[in-house]
Design a protein around this ligand. Sequence first.
Ligand code: SF4
Length: 316
Amino acid sequence: MWLSGTSDLIGVLKQRGVKRVALQFPEGLKRKAASCTRTLREAGFEVIISGDPCYGACDLALGALEYADVLVHFGHTPVDDRSQVIFEPYEIGFDCAVLEKALPFLSGKPTGLVTTVQHAHLIPAMEEFLHRKGIDVRVCGGGSGRTPCRGQVLGCSFTAARIEGVDQVLFVGTGHFHPVGIAISTGARVIALDPLTGTAEEVNGDALLRRRFAVMEKAKGATGVGIIVSSKSGQQRMDLARRLVPLHPGAVIVLMQEVSPAELLNLGFACYVNTACPRLAYDDQVRFPVPVLSPQEFEILCGKRSWEEYAIDEIL
Ligand code: SF4
């Protein structure tokens, strides 16, 4: 049995004439590496595992391709096209009856439905359940950009939640970041349902915006600003960084693979602007020694954008 139970990875590898395979797992799936390796070895492949941290398809272990014919990346859908990388989904199922818990929160308005990649295969079943309950449910997206599945959102892309004529969105998934990001990005009323615990709640962006305002206040008056550009495969935004540099006389581009508190401390800037994974600034500010702003927050700080035009950072 393979990871998703429906995959034909071995068949695909054989068809491509592959002999050496590199495997990459996100943090939550790394424990699957040993059993996947066994299965592939039994099928005749030589296997290498990437041991570096990985949080998304934006962070492909392309260096492993020096030693392998293909890289198999587990748990995410592609954020860009690379013929030597095979993306292997990891589906997490649940009984769609859990959506009943969200119904008391939904008004009679058209409702957008979004989820994360692990549950994207259940979008049709969730749609059907909500239709049966009389909800005018709308799903968009799919087949484009960083979110190829219908109704799929990422922490750096809420495109599938921006649906014409819809100002109420049901997010089905775990964690707070995605629904908060959707609320700020779309301005819609957002209901978040955790399908694994059955907890439903209305979510808004107020607390995040208050925290970000405090970070921006601390960044005022900074003389040196490091504009962080990631060298990771799907996070590189050099063009954006180059547009930001002229906004501040002390701004300089800093190219980094891993953005860590220790490295930011060593570099010694009073403030940083993050063009790498947007979640770094929003989720991890408490870990960093100095303010780490999003590109939009830096524009506000430099007077290029008004506070009313605040937007959450997305890689589109
Ligand atoms: S950039 Fe961040 S949010 Fe986007 S796919 Fe990568 S890890 Fe996820």
